[in-house]
Design a protein around this ligand. Structure first.
Ligand code: OAD
Length: 253
């Protein structure tokens, strides 16, 4: 990306930030990439290479082989526990603090299940797809944060004797109603929508940018690749969030 294009885009985004008192941010796996966590559609590595994540992240896969799916999520928990939030996560935390200190609205909506945003200090997140740090019993429904890494047994058991599954949204499952409604509301009422590190392929998250645009918000995307959202946004920046967010979101004189 030519430097002068990036400079112009940065100035435009800084102008949008100055002009709005309500921002909604949607993040995807790309925001965690510079922390060392492979994105969802990155090729799986090692012993998981032969599995398609789209196959593993389903209720059918868990019913067929709960230990295998539990091991896959435990591996991803372990990996994310070894990773640190990157400058992109931290830039979003600073932006939230700045907006809220000025009495403005900041909503962070994430598709990520790794909780790196929370570890970076972000608060009040809308986790559209849940998190693998919370597991729920398939018998009694009890949900519990599970911090032990790795699990001593696969899948982990509940005191009631039932089997625990990760509290993430699998393909074919519906998103948590209240979380999705809050995300939709934030997109409809923001003055600026940022789509960061997401392929914009998975609904309903992928529609939020267009909902914001239709409601009159300025829209920005940051992604090294083009996505289906790119033609719809006001500014589409080709680049990585870890590198660009600290610059773009920094002091806006
Ligand atoms: P994907 O793996 O589909 O897309 C990651 C996006 O991040 C791609 O568009 C990459 O180009 C981009 N990217 C990679 N490195 C980046 C970086 N350093 N900075 C910025 N962008 C970068 O992940 P998601 O879009 O999050 O849902 O996928 C959405 C959902 O698809 C996931 O939440 C998951 C999956 O179905 C569930 O598991 C329910």
């Amino acid at each position: 990306m030519p430097e002068e294009v990036l400079q112009t885009q940065t100035e435009m985004i800084r102008g949008f930030l100055r002009e709005t008192d309500a921002i909604a941010v949607l993040t995807g796996a790309g925001v965690s990439a510079e922390s060392g966590i492979p994105t969802f559609r990155d090729a799986q590595t090692g012993l998981w290479a032969r599995y398609d994540p789209m196959e593993l992240a389903t209720p059918q896969a868990f019913a067929r082989d709960p230990a295998l799916v539990s091991r896959w999520y435990d591996e991803r928990r372990r990996k994310s526990a070894d990773c640190e939030p990157n400058p992109g996560h931290l830039a979003l935390t600073r932006l939230q603090e700045e907006f809220e200190a000025a009495g403005k609205h900041f909503t962070l909506i994430t598709q990520n299940v790794d909780r790196l945003h929370q570890r970076a200090g972000s608060r009040g997140l809308l986790e559209l797809h849940g998190t693998f740090w919370v597991w729920r019993c398939t018998s009694c429904g009890e949900e519990r944060e599970e911090w032990e890494v790795p699990f001593p047994e696969h899948p982990p058991r509940c005191q009631c004797g039932g089997t625990r599954r990760p509290s993430v949204v699998w393909f074919g499952e519906t998103l948590p109603e209240s979380v999705l409604a809050a995300a939709w509301q934030a997109a409809e009422h923001c003055g600026l929508f940022l789509s960061l590190g997401t392929s914009s392929l998975v609904e309903p998250a992928a529609s939020l940018g267009r909902v914001a645009a239709a409601a009159g918000a300025k829209t920005v995307e940051i992604n090294p690749q083009e996505t289906p959202l790119s033609p719809w946004v006001d500014v589409s920046v080709r680049g990585t969030t870890g590198k660009l967010l600290p610059t773009i979101l920094s002091a806006r004189e």
